[in-house]
Design a protein. Structure first.
Length: 438
């Protein structure tokens, strides 16, 4: 824990105010971390500007949003959207008349995918096309943004792009086995990473989750220099995941979800922030706690550490408000089930001999194992069954609290950021929530 650059004190400085500009570099979807940051920007009275990834037609053409789609997206964001498609990744790109990476995967089946090979020269040509497309569109976005940001304003760029799984039918079945499979249905994540399919996915993860942050920082250089020369300040944030410290046996202990395949891209994202920081650019990756989102729900058991936040709320000077969260969560449980019993279950999970080896920070992200998958998925399923309604879970309540807190901590920390990579662990999350709601 001590060697992780973790936020240990609540931010006191204030920078952003009415008239400043908040740029969401990624679309705003429900149940995601970004809603917390957008909330803080609105509360500060900032002008909010967003972008769109665009939409692909059936013929693979990438297009801007229609008038109807744009109106709905701007209403959801509460601001203006620059309607230039900024779809990240290269899985659907190719030189004219040549197959895309997704099309290269078309012949893979559950029977042959581990031995199927990919034309890497073709993949590289596609990657170049996708990268050039993204950069061209980014330049157009920045040209429009230049006319929307006045001198002397502070600008907050919030990078939210993540993902990059090609839309290959075979991968859906593979993912279900790797992330949700137990017993005979279990599949090793290392088998995926050793395959050509896995190597292609890792490349696309890098392009979407990491390289887009570098493109943003580079592409906004002109705007940044103008703003800073006129007395304003520019900040960049990105969402990372690299495990989280949670309360286990009375101490905050780093733990992680296994196998987090995107972890390699998240480490590259950290490196991009470090490189920018070394050049005097205030760019920070915030490694946030596990929550349930539309995308994270594919990882069965990723939500388990979240339950321990209830104990942190009480330990970190929690009072009546913390008790109210306990009561709210308790009311979601089936008759005869107690929060104490649920917390004991997650404590046994974290301290089990099966899970202890996965607290190896230096080896992250480690491949899964049959025993680890069985325990993680089994514990997750067992906890869901102990609720009154499987669609109204404790982890939904706690996810919303983490989104609220991370938004506040990221937004205000960037007034005077201490470094390029910061962990937001359960202690600082609980402290912030208790302070705000006390």
């Amino acid at each position: 824990m001590n060697r992780l650059p973790s936020l240990s004190q609540l931010p006191q400085d204030r920078l952003f105010r009415s008239g400043d500009v908040f740029v969401l570099f990624g679309e705003l979807f429900g149940r995601g971390y970004a809603t917390g940051l957008v909330h803080e920007a609105r509360a500060a009275g900032m002008e909010i500007i967003g972008i769109t990834v665009g939409r692909r037609e059936k013929d693979n053409t990438l297009r801007p949003l229609t008038d109807e789609e744009l109106a709905a997206a701007e209403a959801n964001l509460g601001g203006k959207i620059i309607n230039v498609p900024l779809m990240a990744g290269f899985d659907a790109d190719a030189p004219a008349g040549e197959p895309t990476p997704t099309e290269l995967l078309g012949g893979m089946t559950l029977q042959n995918w581990t031995t199927s090979t990919i034309d890497w020269a073709q993949v590289e040509r596609c990657r170049q096309v996708g990268t050039e497309r993204f950069r061209r569109s980014l330049a157009e976005v920045m040209e429009q943004l230049e006319g929307m940001v006045a001198n002397g304003r502070n600008v907050f760029f919030a990078h939210t792009m993540a993902g990059g799984i090609p839309k290959a039918k075979v991968f859906l079945a593979i993912a279900n086995r790797i992330y949700k499979g137990r017993g005979d249905r279990h599949m090793s994540s290392q088998v995926l990473l050793d395959s050509d399919l896995g190597k292609l996915i890792l490349q696309n993860f890098d392009e979407v989750s990491a390289n887009t942050f570098a493109h943003l920082i580079e592409g906004s250089a002109g705007l940044r220099q103008r703003i800073e020369a006129s007395g304003g300040q520019v900040r960049y944030t990105a969402y990372g995941y690299h495990g989280t410290a949670v309360l286990v046996e009375g101490e905050y202990v780093w733990q992680t979800y296994t196998n987090y395949t995107q972890g390699y891209a998240k480490m590259k994202l950290e490196g991009i922030a470090q490189a920018a920081w070394d050049q005097g650019i205030r760019a920070t990756v915030f490694n946030c706690p596990e929550i349930r989102t539309n995308s994270s729900d594919v990882f069965a058991g990723v939500e388990l550490p979240l339950i321990g936040l209830l104990r942190s709320l009480k330990q970190e000077n929690g009072g009546n408000w913390a008790q109210t969260q306990w009561d709210t969560c308790s009311n979601l449980l089936a008759d005869g089930v107690t929060l104490d019993a649920l917390l004991a279950t997650t404590e046994r999970f974290h301290t089990s001999e099966v899970m202890r080896p996965f607290r190896n920070f230096d080896a992250w992200p480690m491949p899964n194992t049959a025993a680890q998958a069985d325990l993680t998925i089994g514990t997750s399923d067992d906890i869901v069954r102990q609720h009154k309604d499987p669609k109204a879970l404790i982890t939904d309540v706690l996810s919303a609290l983490v989104v609220e807190s991370t938004g506040y901590l990221m937004f205000h920390t960037m007034a005077n950021p201490p470094g390029p990579v910061l962990w937001l662990n359960h202690d600082i999350i609980a402290q912030q929530l208790n302070q705000v709601h006390a």
